[in-house]
Design a protein around this ligand. Sequence first.
Ligand code: ZN
Length: 268
Amino acid sequence: MIIQTPAIALHIRPWSQTSHMVTWLTPGHGRIVTAVKGACRPKSAFLGQYDLFYTCDLLFYRREHDGVHAIRACSPIDLREPLRSRWRHAVAAGYLCDLTARVVPGQQESAALFSLLSQTLDRLAHGSETDDLRGLLLWHEAHLLRLLGLLPDLATCPQCHLPERIWLRFSLPSGRLSCPHLAKSQPGEASLSLHRAVRDLFLSLRDAPCYEAASTAVQLQKKAPGVNLLLGLSRFLGMFMVFHLEVPSAVRRVAWEMLDTTPTQKPA
Ligand SMILES: [Zn+2]
């Protein structure tokens, strides 16, 4: 069956001397991989038709079972050209495309995930150069987790989490705040401390339908004295994603370090 769809190029790997394996995100079929034979030959019809972060109009022959599909034609719809010169923004885009390729299932309807990634890549390419990229990544990750059905549950318990308690205990396996009045945590259970202000920042990112709506919260947090709430939230979400999505921590850590222009602040 031949299928025509918009598709975002997530990964391009060399395959043989002149060919590529391209991983795409599509709204109707989730993550798919196509082989592009002869992609690097001088007269290839595919030259310049796709690159990382492009949204393309893709035509491919669909295989029934998850595997490598054959590409028929491809042409760019949106090149997101500024990402070729904004290096920090390209680092952020590269991290998000890699994460998407790892966690989005193949051959499944993924229109909301496609829309989320399109929105963030557009923001990285065309938004203000002074956007806080770390805030944007955290906003994106919160919404990715929501769409995957894996949001951490940060609801507090009136008995265990009194307002004067600044540090909360979060249980990684149960994905929620530890609640001693309901159950003692298991010995050796993976858990971490979460600052109440980091929790509040996460909730405001989670509830913001677009980054525009979240950026005020991010700006406010940056002014909070003494502690770096963005870094605190990044550590929390990083550990949460490693635990629940089984993604490697190194890719995210390196991307984050390259984006962090204030490394001297103390994490919350
Ligand atoms: Zn409780």
